[in-house]
Ligand binder design. Sequence first.
Ligand code: SF4
Ligand code: SF4
Length: 550
Amino acid sequence: MEARIGVFICNCGGGMKNIDFDAAGAKVAKIRGVTCVNLISDLCLEEGTEKMAARIRAENLDKVVVAGCSPQFKEHVFRNVLENAGLDGHLLCMANIREQCSWAHDGDVTEKAVDLVKMAVYKARLLRPVEKQDIAVDRKVLVVGGGFSAVASALRLSRVGLRPTVLEKEAVLGTSSEELQRFYGFDVSSMIGAAEGDANIEVLTSARMTAAKGAAGDFLVTIMREGEEISRKYGAIVFATGYRTELALDSGLGLPAENEAVSGPKIVSQEQLFDMLNDPFTDTKPRTIGFVFGFSDENSRFPTLATLNNALAAKKEWDSEIYVFCRDVEVDSEGVEKLYREARECGVVFLKCEALPRIAVDNGRIAIEAEDVFLGEDTVVACDLLVAEELLFPTEGTAALSSLLNIRLDSRGFYQDENVHLYPVASERKGVFFVGGCRGDLDMGRVLTDISSAVMSIDKLLSSGTITAEIERVKADPQKCVACLTCIRVCPHGAVQLGRVDGGKEIAVIADLACDACGICAAVCPAKAIDFQGYRDDQLLAQIEAIGES
Ligand code: SF4
Ligand code: SF4
């Protein structure tokens, strides 16, 4: 029996003026298999979707074609409409008559719009429903790291009813969290105490993840702790492994290579200065302190905030003369402007220079020389202490951890977000998230946002106790697969492995829970062995046939 296909044409609120919708509707109605044509303005809005669902039910449609905007924007909306009307969401085919037709051309494009709809109708005839299955998931979450981000994530996960394990390679949690206490008011010790006393949270210190496999909802992780190997199941994994810094000595940034004359307390990092400021037994009160930052990584958030916080603290604590040599103090972090003003009002002097300052040792003091952009002349400041520029790096072990789960790193070695704008805390692998400094140079506001986003995503993923998986939406044909491993290498979600189906030969087996239906494997498989529902060869050929007939 021929499928009953309903076509819904949307004019995008009058945004496609070069299409004659009445004429197009009349032509579409004559395409074989089209049961009804519905011209509905603003189809994606509530009123439009309600009308659409009502028509699907009233006409007892089997399949639906929507002609309107790009499926990238609204396909999920229309799939939901089908589901609400009792149809499988995969029985929808969209014809993009907006970006690929109306907006791409001047002049009347009614004929092209009709052709695109016809192609979609031909494809829709061959659409098949995709079986769905609710798969039980583990509500435990592995949080890798022991600093502020890890502990805060664990506390938030516990609060939403999930069961986190904090996995820290050091013997104790929160080894370098004092700055957060002083500058941002987070009582990290109390947070650690709360995590350790929370019945929902397990804390494993002196422990490392050594292997991991599986998919969202069902990761099997091997942990090595004090010589003992432990296997655990987790529904999601959060990396909160932080970052490390290195002085920019030897990096061609105008600082002398470390040597006897200047090493030790004369050239320090932000962290060392912070420790000096917080050491109640120190008599050291440098009269003059020079800061250098912003030359290697302009507008980097961490050095800017650390410099402003430490410069202010040193001014208040020691009443030192403070000179900050920088290219600019211009970052997009909340509160920087206020800190900068406060520092200036307290007497911190900012020297804007385009070129790297020259550093020399002069009579046991450190001379910083640079051309001040505003004065237009060289300025030399002799300092008792130089707080050197620092570079940010991922913590040791980041690359090893990423390879365990086949997760990409960015060019600097930090974890790479799936989409820097849309999904900044999600990895390409479903169920694996990153928060805080392990994904780059973040300020405190962004770290807190990361934690909230990751916890919300994990809660959404695991809270019901099941994940609905689409069964065999993407599948390798055992007859055609030659186990060449190409799909395993290209899959960005780590969803393909070699395996045997029913005891047969080894072929590519795609994990339904891990697969994100991106289609890359189907496109590159040299044996054309991968069937991708919605983009099967016969469906694409039917579209070509449709355009050939026009
Ligand atoms: S790329 Fe194709 S032939 Fe190669 S392993 Fe994957 S499915 Fe099999
Ligand atoms: S469609 Fe293929 S490449 Fe894409 S996630 Fe699924 S298995 Fe991986």
